[in-house]
Design a protein around this ligand. Structure first.
Ligand code: LIP
Length: 275
């Protein structure tokens, strides 16, 4: 089994590097062709669609019995089917709003689940060429060098990562304003990268200590969940319960102690599940 996981990772990393070149070539090209999805700040570009197609075509030619859940395929109306079959969960461009603006925190995020368990994760940040990878039980790596979460256990020592997204939706706007004012007097600082996958990679690297978000999708967090865990961190539901990749809720941290201190501040909501 572990040989196969290594083969899956190798093939997926090769394809990811190839599509990364497309993202690098296009990020600062004048105008992306943009379409909006769930709300007026929720974008998709031709690059998202092109990259997802190339990844799915490349992976399915090597692994014809594998299944796929892709952000753009799903938003075109194909229902996500999460079964026990090996399933690649793909966000071709996580941080599309960044991409549209030319802000380089943009990732290709690919998780592989077998029997609904995440076993391989890749987060590739093509502009600075950062390749985060993990295989279950084998640790997490950045460009082949082993990485580990920080040793922060207290909120008062933490660099907290918060997304300030969904500005087009009044209720979400207020929630983020409330979070900033609640956390700012406790933590060392707050960062917002614009990509769930990037945020989770930062927790895995020890660059940030804790990140949570409600309302994102399985393709935003599948790869990050295994990479954070393999880097020694914890991944929970935002209530502090068991993480469920289809729930659209994630809380990850360098330590369980830190995660549990953050839970009481989170405004819990239950968006429609991905499955
Ligand atoms: C984005 C997430 C981000 C969230 C955005 C959006 P996309 O994913 O990475 O964490 O705050 O609303 O969901 O749409 O760029 O793939």
């Amino acid at each position: 089994m572990s040989d196969s996981l290594e083969e899956y990772l190798e093939v997926a990393c090769g394809l990811t590097k190839e599509v990364g070149q497309i993202i690098r070539n296009k990020i600062w090209v004048d105008k992306q062709s943009i379409v909006t999805k769930e709300h007026k700040h929720d974008f998709v570009t031709e690059t998202d669609q092109e990259v997802e197609k190339l990844l799915i075509t490349g992976l399915s030619s090597q692994f014809p019995d594998h299944k796929f859940i892709g952000e753009e395929t799903t938003s075109s109306g194909v229902k996500a089917e999460f079964t026990d079959d090996p399933t690649w969960i793909i966000d071709p461009v996580d941080g599309t709003l960044n991409f549209v603006h030319g802000y380089p925190n943009v990732c290709v995020s690919i998780g592989l689940a077998i029997n609904k368990e995440l076993v391989v994760g890749i987060i590739y940040v093509p502009v600075p060429d950062l390749m985060f990878t993990a295989i279950k039980g084998k640790g997490a790596f950045l460009n082949d060098k082993k990485i580990h979460v920080s040793n922060v256990k207290n909120l008062t020592d933490a660099l907290l990562i918060l997304e300030l997204s969904g500005g087009a939706i009044a209720e979400r706007r207020q929630t983020y304003v409330d979070y900033v004012s609640a956390f700012l007097c406790h933590v060392h600082g707050i960062r917002s990268a614009g990509s769930a996958a990037y945020n989770m990679a930062m927790v895995a690297l020890g660059g940030g200590d804790c990140y949570f978000e409600i309302g994102i999708h399985c393709w935003d967090m599948a790869a990050g969940a295994i990479i954070v865990r393999e880097a020694g961190g914890v991944v929970f539901d935002t209530t502090g319960g068991e993480f469920d990749v289809m729930s659209r809720r994630v809380l990850c941290a360098a330590s369980e102690e830190l995660a549990k201190q953050v839970v009481p501040y989170i405004k819990q909501t239950s968006p429609a599940r991905d499955d």
